[in-house]
Design a protein around this ligand. Sequence first.
Ligand SMILES: Cc1cc2nc3c(=O)[nH]c(=O)nc-3n(C[C@H](O)[C@H](O)[C@H](O)COP(=O)(O)OP(=O)(O)OC[C@H]3O[C@@H](n4cnc5c(N)ncnc54)[C@H](O)[C@@H]3O)c2cc1C
Length: 412
Amino acid sequence: MDDIIIVGAGIGGLTLGLALHQAGIPCRILESVPEIKPIGVGINLLPHATKELAALGLEDQLARVAIETKDATFFNRFGQLIYQEPLGRAAGYDHPQFSIHRGDLQMVLLDAFRARVGADRLMTGCHCIGVEQDDAGVTATFADGPSGTNCFAIRARAAIACDGINSAIRKQFFPDEGEPRYSGINMWRGVTRWKPMLSGASMVRAGWLSHGKMVIYPIRAADSDGLQLINWVAEIETPTYRKRDWNRAGSLGDFIDAFADWHFDWLDVPAFIRAADSVLEFPMVDQDPLPRWSFGRVTLLGDAAHPMVPRGSNGAGQAILDARTLTAALLAHDDPTAAFASYENQRLEATTRIVLTNRSNPPDAILREVFQRTNDRPFAAIDDVISREELVALSDGYKRIAGYSKEALRVS
Ligand SMILES: Cc1cc2nc3c(=O)[nH]c(=O)nc-3n(C[C@H](O)[C@H](O)[C@H](O)COP(=O)(O)OP(=O)(O)OC[C@H]3O[C@@H](n4cnc5c(N)ncnc54)[C@H](O)[C@@H]3O)c2cc1C
């Protein structure tokens, strides 16, 4: 009963479990799936997030499985270089940017949680169907799956919903919210084993959404054949979509024509896509920001609180920052109600700004600017289209909003 329960063992839930344990606050995690498998494709951890993971003693483990990303590189769909800037340590940050397979990240967190907190503190096959509370605590009800059979209840001091974009607890507090909001952009994602391209640790963005945009970056070091595991995402404006399912298979024929003539000296894009291990399809969705996350002894964290479109590499990072702030708030306040109010005060407005900026002006606004100014034609020289200062301002503006400018990280 002195425990805090964490609902969901994704990136946010596991990071929170590790942070609470490090702070000496007892907790346990209840996760819906019967077995946690390394699912997903690529994810980026920017220096604000890797700083927090380093504070949890996980930097070496992550460095062993991730790519330390060196640069962001932008091209138009004709393969012309628009802008390049260093990232992470190469840009002078004290902490790296990691590009990593989501499954590898989850396994690093899971192994650490089991080793430090105890395997018995993480229960799988426990799907939360709702929470109730009184002055003394919270009663959370779980079933063995979303269909709600074999229910049982757990009593705790407080509960934190880290149950992702389809959060059951968010739905309980906001029953009329409706389904996630479709951005008008569909995504096809995959991983391909391919020889290193550009710096071998580049995060590439190319093209634009109306005709087809690609995001490409390596997520695992080269194997004995010299091939890296390279993550890619094809993003195309598409009027209709199917409900998000992290595991839905996609079909090459639905999108590859958009990239048919992308034969660059650094990559033959159609051949690269065709060589993928598998293709997944998901719509790019988010939710309108909420007016509040905390309800007495219950609060929301990560995607359950602020799902955002993946255009600024901040989904996992903001969940990790939530975990740090929430842990500090629970250390500062004995009463979880006060702690959750303080956490919400510090994080709700900040993440709202990111959710809205990801819709309108994420880092790939650089591509939109060039697409519009050139009428989608090749340029003679990029300086005739947009100045270096404008490009830097677009990139740095997002860093400030998302909280990972170098200055912000040095003082926090
Ligand atoms: C299977 C999967 C694959 C993903 N793949 C990618 C990817 O390839 N690239 C990318 O950028 N992002 C991916 N994401 C999303 C990404 O992990 C999150 O956007 C981000 O890391 C924020 O993390 P989170 O902990 O808030 O949510 P998530 O990482 O989504 O974790 C939520 C967790 O809660 C569990 N859960 C859900 N409902 C319940 C419930 N009712 N009761 C108990 N537990 C519940 C889920 O099983 C999951 O483990 C994926 C998420 C999932 C679940």
